[in-house]
Write a protein that binds this ligand. Structure first.
Ligand code: HEC
Length: 143
């Protein structure tokens, strides 16, 4: 009788420990999923912040922004369209323009000046940085 009970109790503890083992397996699986999810999130965030931090890297985006927002007045080659000339838009190759700092140009595109409209409501900060980088790279004097 006693021996029997011992057997039962040892069986019971066995099944309990195997239950614990499968619980631990499940917990490990869950933590692997969490780690994987975190790794993916970090990778996505890292990519997004890198794209934002380097406006030079997305010159194509800057060019696109220029073509859809600035060409009307400044023309594709930066010298100024008929409209731009009528509004007294300067040639973007000119020294006056190229001597501006990045910050001055970004402020001008953002806030506008005289006949040039402000773009802060239509373009994001990143787009303004991108289009200014494009203007400087494309129309600036190459050193
Ligand atoms: C509606 C016409 C118009 C559009 C659109 C326009 N500009 Fe201008 N831009 C002007 C005029 C006019 C000036 C001259 C402003 C002044 O100094 O009186 C100017 C000046 C500039 C200057 C030189 C700053 C200065 O004052 O000498 C830069 C750089 C410039 N624009 C960039 C851009 C960029 C980049 C875009 C597109 C996001 C853009 N512009 C869109 C009309 C325009």
């Amino acid at each position: 009788m006693l021996d029997n009970r011992k057997c039962v109790s040892s069986d019971g503890s066995d099944s309990r420990s195997s239950g614990e083992a499968s619980f631990q397996r499940a917990a490990r699986l869950r933590s692997v999923t969490i780690v994987l999810g975190a790794a993916i999130a970090v990778a996505v965030l890292g990519f997004a912040s890198r794209a934002g931090a380097k406006p030079a890297a997305d010159d194509a985006a800057g060019e696109q922004t220029y073509k859809s927002n600035c060409v009307v007045c400044h023309a594709a080659d930066g010298t100024g369209s008929a409209t731009g000339k009528a509004l007294k838009a300067p040639d973007l190759h000119s020294d006056v323009v190229q001597k501006m700092t990045v910050a001055q140009m970004e402020a001008q595109v953002s806030d506008g000046k005289n006949n040039m409209p402000p773009f802060k409501n239509t373009l994001s900060k990143e787009q303004i940085e991108g289009v200014v980088a494009y203007v400087r790279d494309t129309f600036g004097k190459k050193k």
